[in-house]
Design a binder for this molecule. Sequence first.
Ligand code: SAM
Ligand code: DTB
Ligand code: SF4
Length: 322
Amino acid sequence: MTKTESLHQPRYDWSAEEAEALISRPFHDLLAAAHEVHRTRNDPHVIEAAMLLSIKTGACPEDCAYCPQSAKWNTGLKAERLMPTSDILAAAERAQKAGATRFCMGAAWREPNDQQVADVGDAVREVGALGMETCATLGMLTAEQANTLAEAGLDYYNHNLDTSPEYYGEIITTRVYQDRLDTLAHVRHSGVKLCTGGIVGMGESREDRAGLLAQLAQLDPHPESVPINLLVQVPGTPLFGTEKLDPLELVRTIAAARLMMPQSVVRLSAGRNEMTDELQALCLHAGASSIFLGDRLLTTANPGATRDDALLTRLDTSLAML
Ligand code: SAM
Ligand code: DTB
Ligand code: SF4
């Protein structure tokens, strides 16, 4: 196999050590290789746009140290029950008008009950009928619950591994890594596509970022969608005040994800509100090709239309159509 072929051929046997060697390559070599893979598969001037809605907010029993929605931290967030389907549909229509092709419904649950899954399934059917791609992120699922969502026509399920297996216990104690992997397996079995990635900037090492990427790239097939979030530091959460990550480490993480999972869509997810246009441009050059639109993620701020329109214009980039 030639060197170029090997770059483009998906592999599922990535070790954390190999991933660390890749992420640690000389910066320009890493970026050039990632951009080469990127543009053979994607038009670098076209970006996929998704929009998020928090359909059930706050009061979550989990203790994720980054998350403003955990009941364990005092972040001043007002908890809200599951939204009626009609409100979810209205938000999806607004998202579609704003140019989003995927609508992602997020709920602050550790694990939904069957009634909650059925209710979200109804929303999925209605949003799907608009001609949008649907995504949901509801916490841990049983195999049956994943099947229920598949029957409702759900396109993607988001469930992040967040960090390396070694660092996981520093961030969350109320569930274990294997719980996350089990839900990913149930989703895969159901036929719903996988959206799974992680967060950087939580005080982890480069080795941990490589460890996360190796876990993701060991999934066979690779996740269709890989969100890379930069921690949004929310006052009241344990990670508020964590030393800021060198932004070029985010760029390296995206480039390595692009190389290790050549067929996946890598999303530059949370954290864009604090990024310069120039940093976002580097992330998109390194192989990210998807963003969240709108002025809100789930509960925190996102750049919004005015800033994003200006960014896309500066980069001669347009939004993908379905
Ligand atoms: N409760 C479900 C779960 O944890 O899977 C779904 C919602 S949860 C908010 C979805 C993802 O948002 C988390 O897995 C985490 O990766 C990301 N997230 C939450 N808070 C964040 C923050 N402050 N900064 C960056 N990403 C965050
Ligand atoms: C993902 O990886 N990032 C999105 C989506 N999946 C659900 C969520 C980011 C949440 C950021 C914190 C907040 O707005 O509450
Ligand atoms: Fe709950 Fe999800 Fe936030 Fe963790 S990330 S506290 S599971 S809403």
